[in-house]
Design a protein around this ligand. Sequence first.
Ligand code: ADP
Ligand code: MG
Length: 322
Amino acid sequence: MDEFTLINKIKQSSYRQSSLLKGVGDDAAVFRMSQGDLVTATDVFVENVHFSRKTMNPKQIGYRALAVNFSDLAAMGAEPMFYLVSIVVPERWKQEIQSIFMGMDELASEYQADLIGGDTVSGEDLMISINVIGRVDQGRARYRHEAKPGDLVFVTGTLGDSRAGLHILQSDQKYEQADYFIKRHRYPTPRIHFSLGLRDIDRIALNDISDGIVSEAAEIAEASEVNLILEEESLPVSKAFEQFTEKERVDWKLYGGEDFELLAVTAEENWASIKDIAKETDTRVTRIGYVEALEEESKDRLYLVKKGKRQPISKRGYRHLT
Ligand code: ADP
Ligand code: MG
């Protein structure tokens, strides 16, 4: 199968977005801007860095790669519209490429998003680069720098499940609810519906949890120039999470990452509406901390309260290029 045969196979037979004028098939795609602000993000996925054939099949790889990008849109308060996919395909992956695109379309169809272009080349390692385009009402993008002293901090869903799922996939041991954890790893849910539900909330800082809550909370604290305090005992975990060792539990819920839940900071007065939005969108939300004014003499921004004791906590998590 050559490049052109592949493009014909992955091309959607019809498009879902009415603003699209030209999708796949010309030198570039064209859509007409409606009112609102455009939001765009890109992520690159490389075999054996971000995913492995050992733990995921091609369809799951596609689904997850797009979910990660949609999660960035959710973290901006934006609704997905379009995506473009550039791939480097080694010979040994040629047969599976179509399934990767099927996995992406499975997620895209849930949110009425369209594949409108990309690029396809041969190479040594499988690489998938996705560019997503979304929209948000004018002036309503949700930035990290919007946290203020006195705000509350909350998170959607549960933490550490994806990391636990990966652990189970790589282990020979038997675990309770293994299927649940593995599913959380392979099929993360971008919190789009919940994020769009927040449209009437005046001010809320959002970050999606790709690198673990400590890292994401530190990013909000730094961008907003505030102190952010997390209460370890409040961090939500799923019931079956208790079966893991204490070391694993602490490590995974704080630094595990890839849960693609939303970490949010907003004024106390919004909490009642947020709980309603959570109910309407079937999303668990848990208060996990609060924001204080920056202490001038300290360079720490992020603190963890554990058994009543407050300590600065530094970000860790996976870093490329170290
Ligand atoms: P060009 O030579 O103009 O770059 P290509 O031959 O690379 O065009 O691509 C032809 C059409 O197929 C374009 O619309 C392009 O966006 C689309 N396309 C190519 N690769 C992909 C891909 N991996 N995913 C989606 N669309 C693709
Ligand atoms: Mg091209």
